[in-house]
Design a protein around this ligand. Structure first.
Ligand code: ADP
Ligand code: MG
Length: 161
């Protein structure tokens, strides 16, 4: 299907602090133009992970609301603009242009919950993060880097001490 290189790593998240640590670790890897596709059921922790990532590059007590109704929230951060999307309520891929999709693609780190809503706009070169339940407070993350993200993922230690 695709000739892009890819790299996958599984990260156990025994508690919410581990998810927060993963968010901060991911932030160190990302740069403008990157897209992180966040997958998993409702309550899996997509927003919790995004919040920790954004706090890691802004302030530890920064207000990071879920973009459930606004569809997108934007942040000025130490790694450049970060745009946090929740596309569950998107009516169709074309609606993302009204949200500023082209500007985001050009200059921002994009964190996207419900990325399948993008249809063909989902870029092949991206980081996939799939969260799943492993108990009430435990989760599992599967990280897959495609394209340039593959090497960056492979070059990072994912042990959350
Ligand atoms: P999503 O955005 O995937 O729908 P949220 O991040 O909004 O999920 O919700 C995750 C919920 O699970 C929060 O209430 C959070 O406190 C809770 N939670 C418990 N354990 C964890 C964990 N290890 N990682 C992330 N969230 C956790
Ligand atoms: Mg969410």
């Amino acid at each position: 299907m695709s000739d892009l290189p890819s790299f996958t790593v599984a990260v156990p998240l025994p508690d919410e602090a581990a998810t927060a640590a993963l968010g901060r670790r991911l932030a160190a890897l990302l740069r403008p133009g990157d897209l992180v596709a966040l997958r998993g059921d409702l309550g899996a922790g997509k927003t919790a992970l995004s919040r920790a990532l954004i706090r890691g590059v802004t302030h530890e007590d920064a207000e990071v609301p879920s973009p459930t109704f606004t569809l997108v929230q934007t942040y000025d951060t130490a790694i450049g603009p970060v745009w946090h999307f929740d596309l569950y309520r998107l009516s169709g891929p074309d609606e993302v242009y009204e949200l500023g999709w082209d500007e985001a693609r050009a200059e921002a780190v994009m964190l996207v919950e419900w990325p399948d809503r993008l249809g063909p706009l989902l870029p092949p070169d991206r980081l996939e993060v799939t969260l799943s339940h492993d108990g009430p407070d435990a989760r599992r993350a599967s990280l897959t880097g495609h394209g340039t993200l593959a090497a960056r993922l492979a070059g990072t230690d994912w042990t959350l001490a």
